[in-house]
Ligand binder design. Structure first.
Ligand SMILES: *Cc1c(COP(=O)(O)O)cnc(C)c1O
Length: 403
């Protein structure tokens, strides 16, 4: 099975991205990790597997290669890969018992909010949603039965930042574990375990896969007892990542560094353009000087990332007009692929959050979210410029008709 490359201990991120967990196949020297399309493995004697592999729900060599690769990139001791980001969240919640409590961010990915409130609340798990960018609110929400503090930073779609080190201190003081959803930043820009987090969660469907061609999820951590519990649920529940998808993510992580650098450069240019435009009410990007948590960005992120949100003066109608008018940005949910995407979160990715909960969390109905891709930056800025003029024009027309 795949032979882990004998990397120097001090190999850097970009080098580990290409080699960690992978190496020439020991049987035939295949340079790239094979896709082990097998459900079962021959045993030498009953219950004596040859190399530890028995059945692919439990373990599969292509998945193992990816799990080792992700562990290395996040600075963890282990990784576990799942069929989706939400299947990873599910595995975390499978460890809870009725009456256990979770303190979670109040602008999480919509599907995360949904699995908490529509699935696990029914089994007696309790949730308190707070603005985790304010540590005092998290401290207040902690209870003796709190088992996780669960945060997303940058958050989705408001790009609020949460101080990971402060959260780790609060969680640990209360006997809880800190889970950080690192999907938006990726380990190239932010490594939560280095700031005290216990478990990092990823939707592999986004930047790590990087090409919008798969669905997957991962958990990475350091503590062995935690790994054993989560691996038990990975196998017992069965939401594991398929080998072909593991292979595709391994292909994606090889270029993670160069892709993220370009995503960041392009997003900074688009953010800058938007923040100088008259029709734009506000731009939210952790690289802009007016971002309220610039200090946290500088402390825990290498760069501000490829995601940004903005509000237009014309509210939801202008937002819809903008999102329908772009030609390079595709109107679609999801993020993190090489291609640029635009969406209106309240009616798309975040529609599963009730309107009053959304608004209370500061998510305006007319918010537009961009996943800035790695196309030529001039084409992206020109596309935004054109779509803004169309959105503003349709606003003016509507105002004219009304008066
Ligand atoms: C997409 C996403 C998820 C869920 O991942 P899936 O792979 O779609 O199940 C979780 N968290 C964040 C921040 C996401 O963007």
């Amino acid at each position: 099975m795949a032979d882990t490359h004998d990397l120097p201990d001090d190999a850097r991120f970009e080098t580990r991205a290409i080699h960690a967990g992978q190496g020439p196949d020991p049987h035939n020297g295949a340079g790239m990790t094979p896709v082990y399309l097998t459900s079962t493995y021959a045993q030498d004697a009953p219950a004596v597997p040859r190399q530890g592999y028995e059945y692919s729900r439990t373990t599969n060599p292509t998945r193992t290669a990816l799990e080792e690769n992700l562990a290395s990139l996040e600075g963890g001791a282990w990784g576990l890969c799942f069929a989706s980001g939400l299947a990873s969240t599910n595995a975390l919640m499978d460890r809870m018992n009725p009456g256990d409590h979770v303190v979670a961010g109040n602008d999480l990915y919509g599907g995360t909010y949904r699995i908490f409130t529509k699935v696990f609340e029914r089994f007696g798990v309790e949730y308190t949603f707070v603005d985790t960018s304010d540590p005092a609110k998290v401290r207040e929400a902690m209870r003796p039965n709190t088992r996780y503090v669960y945060v997303e930073t940058p958050s989705n779609p408001l790009l609020r930042l949460t101080d990971i080190a402060a959260m780790a201190e609060l969680a640990h003081a209360g006997g809880a574990q800190l889970v950080v959803d690192n999907t938006f930043a990726t380990p190239h820009l932010q490594r939560p375990l280095e700031h005290g987090a216990d478990i990092v969660l990823h939707s592999l469907s986004k930047y790590l896969g990087g090409h919008s061609d798969l669905i997957g999820g991962a958990l990475v951590g350091r503590d062995e007892a935690t790994r054993e519990e989560l691996a038990f649920f990975q196998n017992a529940v069965g939401g594991c990542l398929a080998p072909m998808d593991a292979f595709l993510v391994l292909r994606g992580t090889k270029t993670l560094g160069v892709r993220m650098d370009r995503h960041c450069e392009n997003a900074a240019a688009v953010a800058e353009y938007l923040s100088n435009h008259d029709a734009v009410e506000r731009v939210i990007y952790p690289g802009l000087p007016d971002h309220p948590q610039l200090m946290i960005a500088q402390r825990q992120m290498a760069k501000p990332g490829g995601m940004l949100s903005f509000e237009l003066n014309g509210g939801v109608e202008a937002a819809n007009a903008f999102a329908s008018a772009t030609r390079v940005f595709t109107l679609a949910e999801s993020l993190g692929g090489v291609e640029s995407l635009v969406e209106v979160p309240p009616s798309m990715t975040h529609a599963s959050i009730p309107p009053e909960v959304r608004r209370a969390a500061g998510l305006a109905d007319g918010l537009v979210r961009l996943s800035v891709g790695i196309e030529h930056v001039d084409d992206l800025v020109a596309d935004v410029e054109r779509a803004l003029s169309i959105a503003v024009g349709s606003q003016a027309q509507r105002a004219g008709a009304a008066s």
